[in-house]
Design a protein around this ligand. Structure first.
Ligand code: SAM
Length: 296
């Protein structure tokens, strides 16, 4: 349809394409979804973190769609090209090397740019290492805090762990094999004794899920060769009541309750908060408070 009437400009406009954010397997190729395969076949272009890597996946599933590299070094330049293609009617899929794009992988900026350009964004869900690890960890899943990679340098790592120490949720990190042990040691020192899980090579041949107290995991990895492969580290929100912690807790429930009451909480809420801060089961906080008062 072409019209000479300038008021008909809308009819001449091309419908913009859609941006599909497509999750791919984190190891086991059978984890790809039917919808991901169909989408990757149907789109006009696939923006890949690494085209060579993704081409192997595409080949495996008989997908011949054109690919284009889109990674942290050319993100800004590619963004414009990709948005132009979308505005001109092409459907584009974005994938990363493994797992869900935009989760510690390229994708976020493109999604943001698409939204700003009024291009529809369609998520095609699938594997992500953090969720895969969390559900098998045995740590509480009702609230979790995904903190990406910890800093590489110990000082910065300890500062970050300190920032995270009061979060009341399971902590989830991605970790490099050579930094696992230093991170476990720093976590034990800064966060105290807690239950933790090292989930390694998920969905792959050598999948391993190791659970233990932070100090037990430190001991284990100190005594074994550096682990190989890809790792998710998960840490419980609660400090386990070891002898030293119990001692500390026993003398401070009352102080914390008083402090929170000063801040405006009622007694019940203050006690609940004190229990959380100290990593105590709530049922234990009140008897401790009473015992403390008895001692003073
Ligand atoms: N976008 C990906 C996702 O959704 O999981 C994460 C990409 S991030 C650059 C890569 C990190 O994810 C690895 O260093 C590792 O910590 C974690 N990871 C990826 N695949 C994994 C696997 N199969 N097992 C354990 N951890 C994995």
């Amino acid at each position: 349809f072409a019209s000479d009437n300038p008021m008909d400009f809308r009819h001449n406009q091309i419908m913009p394409g859609k941006l599909y954010v497509v999750a791919t397997p984190i190891g086991n190729l059978s984890d790809i979804t039917e919808r991901a395969i169909k989408t990757l076949k149907d789109v006009d272009l696939i923006a890949c973190e690494d085209t060579r890597h993704t081409k192997k996946l595409l080949q495996h599933f008989g997908i011949n769609t054109k690919t284009l590299s889109y990674h942290e070094h050319n993100e800004i330049q590619r963004e414009k090209e990709l948005i132009d293609s979308l505005i001109n009617g092409s459907d584009v899929a974005v994938v990363s090397d493994a797992g869900t794009p935009a989760i510690n992988d390229p994708g976020y900026r493109l999604v943001r740019a698409a939204i700003d350009a009024e291009v529809e964004v369609v998520p095609i869900p699938g594997p992500s290492a953090l969720i895969t690890a969390l559900v098998a960890s045995g740590l509480p899943t009702n609230e979790f805090f995904y903190a990406g990679f910890l800093p590489a340098r110990s000082n910065a790592r300890q500062t970050r762990l300190r920032e995270l120490s009061s979060i009341l949720a399971t902590l989830v990190f991605y970790e490099a094999p050579h930094r696992l042990l230093p991170s476990l040691k720093d976590a034990r020192e800064i966060l105290g004794e807690r239950h933790a899980v090292v989930a390694r090579e998920l969905t792959k041949l050598h999948e391993e899920i190791r659970r233990g107290l932070l100090s037990e995991l430190v001991e284990y990895y100190e005594g074994s060769a550096e682990p190989r492969g890809e790792i998710v580290l998960l840490i419980d929100q609660t400090v386990v009541a070891t002898a030293d912690v119990t001692e500390e807790a026993g003398s401070s429930v009352g102080q914390l309750v008083a402090e929170f009451e000063r801040q405006g909480l009622d007694h019940r809420a203050a006690l609940k908060k004190a229990a959380r801060e100290l990593g105590l089961p709530r049922a234990e906080a009140y008897p401790r408070l009473v015992a403390e008062r008895g001692r003073n």
